[in-house]
Design a protein around this ligand. Structure first.
Ligand SMILES: *Cc1c(COP(=O)(O)O)cnc(C)c1O
Length: 390
């Protein structure tokens, strides 16, 4: 065995011992509700394809057509020669959709978050993060070198105290998930924007799980709370979830976007998304704007899942979104439940630390507009049985 492998093995063994070892399952079908996983047909309740657009015929067609017209690779970064007509038009359409002056595409949401925070903050500044923020927001804050301040989940008193204590810092940025990715609850955006104003801080919202799904017209958690561009000057969204494609964007003022183009290193030093992915996303955006029925069906399913679970005595989190976690505590128990569901034909992943805090391992159930009511009721029945056996 090499010295390298010898050095690495103990940490792997420790992960196994703690029941925290992660493995990939191989999917041999399109991303949809009925999946073929490692040779088994399963009904999936764990993807982030909330509107069922990942395998939508119009989206596929748009990608195929654009690949025919524009080829596959973008060939370079946006600032060299990789910024295609499809990228440009998608940016204009996303700016229009979010009601902001401009939008800027990033290759992934992780890179967008690291890019924005690092373009805006340096050592003399401070970043304020909810404890349950997505890892990409936390990593972005850490990499920036700004003073890194975490506050208790959705606790405005805690945040206010920390803002006061950091009055001396130059720039202050509050960053938060619009819908928390592992709990499904909303950030207290109206209170956050008021606090930001009061303390001369800026507010950035990562709406990876809100855009397309929540708000009367699917414009996300900012719309859900009736907030303006002034309330939330920095809005980030991902395209790999409700949009069903890949990539991410940041929307805001002309000056914000120009600053990101100049200073966001994960924007500058990476290859642009394939133009066909941008074209596919334009097709998804059109569906999101023109076909509210998918979002309405999703909300009916959320309601059905919650009411059926309540009638079976299954305890849920206070979430009104497509993310409906069943918290069980120990990682081992979450794994046992996931495998109990798999035996009954359902795929729900066990989410364990460090993705969630210690002692809060869970099944992260996610609903999609593609599910039928019967499938949702079937899942709840299987869940109740699996919980009885666990
Ligand atoms: C998925 C996710 C990201 C990362 O987006 P990718 O495009 O998958 O890199 C960022 N923030 C949140 C809240 C997410 O859920």
């Amino acid at each position: 065995m090499s010295e390298l492998d010898k050095a690495l093995l103990p940490a792997l063994q420790q992960r196994r011992d703690e029941k925290l070892y992660r493995q990939r399952a191989v999917v041999a079908s399109p991303q949809q509700v009925n999946l073929l996983r490692d040779g088994q047909d399963l009904i999936s309740f764990c993807s982030n394809d909330y509107l069922g657009l990942a395998n939508h015929p119009d989206v596929i067609k748009a990608m195929q057509t654009a690949a025919g017209d524009f080829g596959v690779g973008s060939g370079a970064s946006h600032l060299v020669s990789g910024h295609s007509l499809h990228h440009h038009q998608l940016e204009e359409e996303l700016a229009d959709f979010t009601g902001r002056e401009r939008a800027l595409l990033f290759s992934t949401g992780y890179m967008a978050n690291v890019g924005v925070i690092n373009a805006l903050l340096g050592r003399k500044d401070a970043v304020f993060e909810d404890r349950l923020n997505h890892a990409s927001l936390l990593d972005g804050g850490l990499i920036s070198g700004a003073e890194f301040v975490r506050y208790r989940h959705n606790n405005m008193e805690d945040l206010a105290q920390r803002l006061v204590a950091r009055g001396k810092n130059n720039r202050k940025l509050i960053v938060v998930d619009g819908v928390f990715s592992m709990d499904g609850d909303y950030a207290a955006l109206p209170e956050l924007s008021a606090l930001a104003r009061e303390h001369d801080a800026w507010l950035m919202v990562d709406d990876a799980h809100g855009l397309g799904c929540v708000g009367d017209s699917g414009r996300g958690s900012v719309e859900q709370f009736g907030l303006s561009h002034e309330d939330v000057p920095i809005l980030m969204g991902t395209l790999g979830k409700a949009f069903g494609t890949f990539g991410a964007f940041v929307a805001g003022s002309e000056t914000l976007i120009e600053s990101l183009i100049q200073f966001a290193r994960p924007y500058i030093y990476t290859t642009a998304l394939p133009p066909a992915v941008a074209a596919a996303t334009r097709a998804s955006l059109k569906i999101i704007k023109q076909e509210p029925q998918h979002r309405h069906h999703l909300h009916r399913l959320i309601h059905l899942f919650k009411s059926t679970s309540a009638s079976k005595g299954i305890e849920l989190m206070p979430s009104d979104t497509a993310i409906q976690p069943v918290v069980v505590g120990e990682s081992e128990k979450a794994l046992a439940l996931a495998s109990g569901l798999q035996k009954r034909g359902y795929w729900v992943t066990a989410i364990r630390p460090p993705t969630v805090p210690k002692g809060s391992a869970r099944l992260r159930v996610t609903l999609s507009a593609q599910h039928s009511e019967a499938q949702v009721v079937g899942l709840v029945e299987a869940l109740a049985e699996a919980l009885r056996h666990a």
